[in-house]
Design a protein around this ligand. Sequence first.
Ligand code: MRU
Length: 343
Amino acid sequence: MRPMLWENRRLKLINQLLLPNKEEWIEYSDYEDVALAIKNMIVRGAPAIGATAAFGLALAALKYRNLEKDEFLEKIDNAAKILANTRPTAVNLFWAIQRMRNLLELNKDNFTVPELVEKIVREAETIAEDDVQINKKMGAYGATLIPEGAQIYTHCNAGALATVDYGTALGVIRSAHEQNKNIHVYAGETRPYLQGSRLTTFELMKDNIPVTLVTDNMAGFLMKQGKVHCVIVGADRVAANGDVANKIGTYSLSVLAKEHNIPFYVAAPISTIDLQIDSGDEIEIEERGTEEVIKVYDTFIAPKDAVAYHPAFDVTPHQNITAIITEKGIIHKPSKETMSSFF
Ligand code: MRU
């Protein structure tokens, strides 16, 4: 269920706007088109957009491989800015771009342009390969928290489609399923973009992991009925105090989970943790177009001129989070103190 392929030095992305109705792959050879694909959410999910941006820079390097070094470096710098200026909330995007910038900075004086191009391509491939291993490690740690027969609520899509493969929150679910823990998943549909119904339900069904789709406003009643044993979500950015930005609706779920004494877990690779910011208040929340709220595909579900509001993410305070699962281990009761002793 990989959302991206790097083949013959071209990037292929599955068009997530069309899933689950159509599995269409789009081939990219220009970084500017890759930037548009991130912005328009043909590819989405924090680790996935990070790896995609890295491949975007690899395409830029290949495009400018015949330039003199100064000009080459200038073009790559510009490509990095264009790729960074696509979506503001998920830090993995900036993390991957910075990693490529660091590589160039370290090597630019000692290598020729063709050698630098090869290094950039290799670094993008490494970012992608590492992501899969990181998710598997996170999955293994996370599965230790999942009891036999657990009924797990998840939100948005933090699966293979949101990463290079395997997923973060769905990586934990996959790992528990592989251990025959007899789990069952409730996938919240995740208005307005429907990542839960279109992507998570599709992805889990493909892997034969038992899943029941619910609309977002059913979560509280399910919890009250005792049908949810834990909640697991992914993250777009984690602050130094453990506050978590994730898909809009995550905060409400955390409040409901707290009210019902249900553990609330976040699965996030270290690349999603932004130690530069003290708390979630500093995280920029992307606002997307209101047409995504008043329309589903091409059909209006509200008056055409309705006023709508569309913050794409929200921030869950660390007090509402039972644990953050990373590839290096589990941070229980995340807070400024537990986070800093973990790091
Ligand atoms: O707007 P999206 O679809 O890019 O938002 C994705 C999410 O919020 C995911 O939950 C998050 O990136 C975790 S991904 C493994």
